[in-house]
Design a protein. Structure first.
Length: 260
């Protein structure tokens, strides 16, 4: 049974204990980053397409992976968070339920969801997919933010991590990483540098990470205290309401479900 750990505040509980916990970091530049940890063995993941992006062309997307949280997911829903850049940006590929909507690119940071619902972050063609891994879905976005617990050598090159918003380097940003125990960690802030997200995740124990979407319209996290419970906004001062993924959204996102 998971117990509360120093530095982490429980957020969500499943039938046997803590399923999701969180910590926050404030950096010298004024950035406030929330880090949410989805505990391995207690959570599983589902990738969803948006109503506008990624384009699905002739692919057949099931209701369970469409632009809104499905009715089948609701009783187990613990959280949901945003995906990456628009597919047209060329920042990476996209696979859902075994269907390639945009070609997967080697060397690109990837969030892989297996057929059993477990999630992994890494670099496609290097440490992902793992030997014998049964991949269901893949969301790629940019080069790795963190590799081997070290920030990218490009971390200070702001243009490598997306366009500035109103000329500012500190914009709303999000990122995703994995620690040595297989937990998946989401980091989000409404004003942060890429290094702020990377440092917050490394401090949280991740060994590899990827940036997700940026800018205030797109960064959003929803959290429930128990499976199927009311959702609350997870990133302080985020623009989108906590029920956005329930009513449907234009962009891809990931749901987090209780596995116990």
């Amino acid at each position: 049974m998971p117990h509360e750990q120093p530095g982490w505040v429980p957020v969500s509980y499943d039938k046997v204990g803590i399923a999701v916990d969180a910590q926050s970091r404030v950096f010298a530049d004024g950035s406030h980053v929330i880090v949410v940890r989805f505990l391995a063995g207690h959570t599983r993941f589902v990738l969803h397409v948006g109503s506008q992006d990624p384009p699905i062309a002739a692919a057949r997307v099931s209701p369970g992976t469409g632009p809104a949280v499905s009715s089948a997911e609701l009783p187990s829903l613990l959280a949901a968070f945003n995906g990456g850049f628009k597919i047209a940006s060329g920042s990476g590929g996209f696979e859902i339920d075994g269907q390639i909507l945009a070609p997967l690119q080697p060397g690109i940071a990837s969030f892989v969801i297996d057929t059993n619902g477990s999630g992994h972050t890494g670099v496609w063609g290097q440490n992902l997919p793992m030997p014998g891994e049964h991949v269901a879905s893949v969301r790629q976005n940019l080069l790795p933010l963190v590799t081997g617990s070290q920030l990218s050598s490009r971390i200070s090159q702001i243009a490598s991590w997306g366009a500035r918003y109103k000329g500012e380097d500190m914009v709303a940003r999000s990122a995703l990483g994995e620690d040595t125990k297989g937990n998946i960690l989401y980091a989000g802030s409404m004003a942060a540098l890429p290094s702020d997200l990377g440092n917050a995740l490394v401090d949280g124990g991740v060994t590899n990470a990827m940036e997700l979407d940026i800018n205030p319209e797109w960064v959003q996290l929803e959290l429930a205290t128990h499976p199927g419970g009311p959702l609350n906004a997870g990133v302080p001062e985020q623009n989108r309401p906590p029920n956005q993924y329930l009513v449907g959204w234009t962009r891809d996102f990931v749901t987090v479900l209780a596995s116990r």
